[in-house]
Design a protein around this ligand. Structure first.
Ligand SMILES: *Cc1c(COP(=O)(O)O)cnc(C)c1O
Length: 229
């Protein structure tokens, strides 16, 4: 058991990720571990960066934009936006995100695209809703290919693949297997869309087994989220 420090928890998770990858015949090198830092202060991001972390994630635009400002420029740091996004916040998100994981409708894609005038291309993933609850965010699977075609036509967006959150209170493995099937459908539209963002603290091993390329891990690394009062 590693010491309970940020560095220790990070090393522990990376060892578990590597183990889960090798267990299914995958190379850990093909997996990007994003540390989700929501509800934690900017200082945690700086500390993670000193420990070599280059990919961090946030899920709410206001906290995201404020934290980006507080952290300031850090060599090689990539911000991933992983939360539900309001169309009117697209410009603020685009201003700081290297990747947006949660594109789930054409309107949001268009807003992100319009906000990209004169900016480098933005990597985007299509969030798929694996539940029947529309409030959970994500495009319904039967609308996925239409959205993929739309995003592929957005000049400043690069369609990289799919993202999903496992349904609450259900086995993650079948949900992630379904997601892998949806990812394949997206690749019929955009053959280079090879990313699959899936897996959090509770289910990253199942996600790796299903082919996840990007894990979004929060509490196992950052510790419990501070009480938001
Ligand atoms: C918070 C969050 C995570 C990380 O969750 P943990 O259970 O803390 O690992 C991953 N993805 C999204 C979209 C999140 O909002």
């Amino acid at each position: 058991m590693t010491e309970d420090t940020l560095a220790g928890r990070l090393a522990d998770i990376d060892a578990r990720v590597a183990h889960a990858a090798r267990a299914v015949g995958r190379s850990p090198a093909e997996i990007t571990r994003i540390v989700v830092t929501k509800f934690h202060p900017a200082s945690l991001v700086s500390e993670l960066h000193r420990l070599g972390v280059r990919d961090v994630g946030e899920n709410r635009q206001q906290e995201f934009s404020a934290k980006v400002g507080d952290v300031g420029p850090l060599e090689g740091l990539r911000w991933h936006f992983v939360g539900q996004a309001q169309t009117k916040k697209a410009r603020a998100i685009r201003a700081s995100a290297a990747v947006v994981h949660s594109v789930d409708r054409a309107k949001l894609a268009d807003a992100l695209d319009r906000a990209g005038d004169g900016m480098p291309p933005l990597d985007v993933l299509l969030q798929v809703n694996l539940t029947d609850d529309v409030g959970r965010g994500g495009v319904a699977p039967d609308e996925l290919e239409g959205l993929a075609e739309h995003v592929a036509g957005c000049g400043t967006l690069v369609l990289r693949g799919v993202m999903a959150v496992a349904p609450l209170g259900q086995e993650a493995a079948p949900a992630f297997d379904a997601l892998a099937g949806y990812a394949e459908r997206v690749r019929r539209v955009a053959p280079d869309a090879t990313w699959m963002s899936a897996g959090m603290t509770a289910d990253f091993a199942e996600a790796i087994a299903a082919g996840a390329t990007h894990l979004r891990i929060g509490s196992a690394i950052t510790g419990p989220r501070p009480d938001r009062g």
